[in-house]
Design a protein around this ligand. Structure first.
Ligand code: SF4
Length: 451
């Protein structure tokens, strides 16, 4: 274990509670050679926008970038499935020399004719930024010819962190807002921002709000529709779930349309209940909403609690590691793990801010390691050192866990089951229980020899 070293330049992005003064740095580009777990700017914008199911998503760049496609994040749609098709202009050497604008124009017009989308998003990738294609002009021209919004997403992979991709996506999305009718929208209405309908989560949350007596005007972007986004300026409140990705849009809507916003999380019992109570509190002129909310929360929790207690019996005292995209999700996960009797020994995120890490510091026990923009070596080091029983992460963390013989729970893109809402908490507990108590880990080298 002592042979696993941390790069000198990375030392201040790692903090161990109780061992050193809290002086973490974050919000910086990844260090070359560190092999960051982070995705690029383009990926950040793609994950936010692609759940808009009736839009065309065209990746302007070499074919490799299009690997970030629907199936890295299985956002479900109740209607159109156009978002599941991945289109690329497949730029090659000739295009790099002579420019890719003609190819982009041809691809866009052909695809719009074939698929009849409500809008089109064109994602600029690294090479487009380097050769300087005027993507905005091509989009404007096609929008005029075809009569639909054609929006450039300035998401060249090299120009920042994944967070810049979220911002580019919000900028494009903002262009859709304000175009639809708002006269029939209820005074008790919301938009849900930053809920991507992985495993049908947006449907669960929408159902809760409707039972409370609240109209959901749009979900941006889970099971998203262009027309819903168009009329979203008629909602009375924005409820932001993934604050890392969508706060930029919420702020822009607050400024232009005077719509206030609250930040919530739909993961875990407390945060789910708090999200509903906070939303209900916004509509206090209608006391029936708060009454409905109390009944809903009571009903949902009483239905799942006995089962949760059974899982806790086996999981009490087990140790968990968390590495996720945004730190806000980590807050909820720590609380959810506490419900299962588990402690968090390692927690990190790709895009956390200084304030986020301060909150994590306050939430965690002595000895917990907090890490910003980690790499596989660092994660492996602390999984071994802290003797974790469970690793919660996404597609890039799964092989790290399995290679080390540690149970794994996917809380990210490619999972198929909902983990949000009260029912999601039960699914989460079931997953965690299944992996942590699996007998297979007793056969792995980690349990057989000491490192
Ligand atoms: S870093 Fe650049 S080349 Fe790589 S996937 Fe992202 S946009 Fe494409």
């Amino acid at each position: 274990m002592s042979t696993i070293h941390i790069l000198e330049e990375r030392q201040r992005q790692i903090y161990q509670k109780g061992k050193q003064p809290f002086d973490m740095i974050c919000d910086k580009v990844s260090i070359a050679g560190s092999v960051s777990q982070r995705a690029c700017v383009f990926c950040g914008s793609r994950v936010v926008l692609y759940p808009i199911a009736d839009a065309l998503h065209l990746v302007h760049g070499p074919i490799g970038c299009a690997a970030y496609t629907w199936d890295i994040r299985g956002a479900l749609s109740s209607g159109p499935q156009l978002h599941r098709l991945s289109f690329s202009t497949d730029l090659t050497e000739t295009d790099v020399i002579f420019g890719g604008e003609t190819k982009l124009y041809k691809a866009l017009t052909q695809l719009i004719d074939e698929h009849n989308p409500k809008a089109a998003f064109v994602y600029s990738t690294c090479i487009v930024g380097l050769i300087g294609d005027d993507v905005t002009s091509v989009c404007k021209k096609v929008a005029k010819e075809k009569g639909i919004p054609v929006l450039p997403v300035h998401s060249e992979g090299f120009k920042g962190t994944k967070k810049d991709g979220y911002k580019a996506a919000c900028d494009a999305l903002f262009e859709l807002i304000g175009k639809g009718p708002v006269d029939h929208i209820s005074p008790y209405s919301i938009n849900i921002l930053g809920e991507f309908n992985i495993g049908g989560e947006a449907w669960i949350i929408r159902d809760y709000y409707e039972r409370m007596g609240i109209e959901v005007v749009s979900v941006m972007t889970g099971d998203g529709r262009v027309d819903d986004a168009g009329k979203s300026h008629g909602a009375k409140l924005n409820v932001v779930q993934c604050s890392g990705s969508m706060t930029h849009l919420a702020l822009a809507m607050e400024k232009k349309y005077k719509i206030p916003f609250i930040r919530v999380s739909y993961f875990g019992i407390e945060d789910m209940a708090q999200a509903l109570y906070d939303t209900a509190a916004h509509f206090k002129e209608n006391p029936a909403i708060m009454k409905n909310t109390r009944e809903l929360v009571r009903e949902e929790i009483s239905g799942m609690y006995p089962q949760l207690k059974k899982y806790r019996t086996d999981l009490e005292g087990k140790k968990a590691a968390i590495y996720v995209g945004g730190a806000f999700k980590a807050f909820s996960l720590i609380k959810a793990l506490k419900h299962l009797g588990m402690t968090t020994v390692l927690v990190g995120s790709q895009t956390g801010s200084k304030d986020d890490y301060e909150i994590l510091r306050q939430m965690c026990d002595e000895g917990t390691v907090i890490v910003d923009d980690a790499n596989p070596v660092e994660l492996s080091k602390y999984l071994i050192e802290k003797d974790a029983d469970l690793f919660i992460g996404g597609v890039k963390e799964r092989p790290i866990a399995y290679k080390l013989g540690v149970g794994f729970c996917d809380h990210n893109h490619e999972r198929k089951i909902p983990l949000a809402g009260f029912v999601g908490m039960l699914n989460f507990a079931k997953e965690v229980h299944a992996t942590v108590t699996s007998p297979v880990w007793q056969l792995t080298p980690r349990r057989e020899r000491s490192y």
